[in-house]
Design a protein around this ligand. Sequence first.
Ligand SMILES: [Zn+2]
Ligand SMILES: [Zn+2]
Length: 380
Amino acid sequence: MLMSFCINCGKIVRNRKELHENLCMDCYVQSHPLVNFKKSKHPILFLCPDCLSFKLFKKWNDPTSENMSTDIMEELNNNLDSFLTHPNSLYVIISSLNPDPFDLSYVKAHKNITITVMIRGKVFPETSPISSITELVLKTEFQVCTRCKNIRANQHAAEITILKKGKSLTKEEINSYSSFLSKMFEKHATHGMGDYVLTPKAKKNKLIFQIGSVKLAKKLASSFRSKFGALVRESYKHEDQEKSRETRKKISILIRLLPFEIGDVLLHENTPLLILKIFEKQVECLDFFKNTSKKFPTNSLFKAKLLYSHDDLEEFSIISQYQDVLQIMDAQFQIYDLTPPTLFKIPSNNSKIKGFFFKDAIYILPPEKLSEENEFKRSI
Ligand SMILES: [Zn+2]
Ligand SMILES: [Zn+2]
């Protein structure tokens, strides 16, 4: 029986069929690379220097810094046939990147990363299966992504202005509105290129947010309204683009804050009203004279006087309660007898209750079962 061996490394094989062009498979693979980039199809990894999103094949991906390597490999593996030549009989997969492209300082200095391609299987039907690794160089370039380009060029599709008429916004208000909108942004963002909200600009009684997409801006405005109660008005601005000479529509959403909040007491047509709930165009109030709750059109309350803001209400302790007398005590230990309200249950003795003086009488408020919105407001 004839001995068969590799003409390169001398390895003896049992069967001549194990050799190809007189080479063992290890030597054959070394002289005939099994995978390579297709001619003029070298993929380039584009990284956005502003937000770290990346692009390999036309589409920009989200900046997901934690899994960037995994995302890049997945994108490469899903498109292998478009840029890689490889025998169909082999199992080919990109198994690692070196270094992790999130190490931007490296990428900036070296401009490219190495991808490891793992190959397994039979190169020829009659030869033994091989398992080998090939390294290819993936070029890296920096390019500002579409979203960041728009941000840089100040081309936001929408603008939300929160307006407090006649008064300056306090720091607390600015913080609470900003943090609420950023929470809502996280909830509604779909990771499209227009999904961004820039750091708001505060101007006396205005807070201005610039937003990448109209759809997102509308969602943010409507969640703001249901949280804080406000009048919302949309309008379109037409902007002439000097370079492209085309007119672009930009939506501008004005959120006018109401001059009152949940928990405030207003004086409307000589009647004290407690703001209970704020709806889109109506406000539910407790009428202290009639001892009932009633809805008012929001506009009708604009001129009402603020009798007590919810922070300025008096605090009383409940001393005792009988069917027809409720005894309460103020902070100066002064005791008052009242007719117990019928609209709500009085909490147990010794608990605290809010109230106010109006025309020599005392009115007490329902215990703080106030809505979630109100809790949010109170916690800020
Ligand atoms: Zn050999
Ligand atoms: Zn970017």
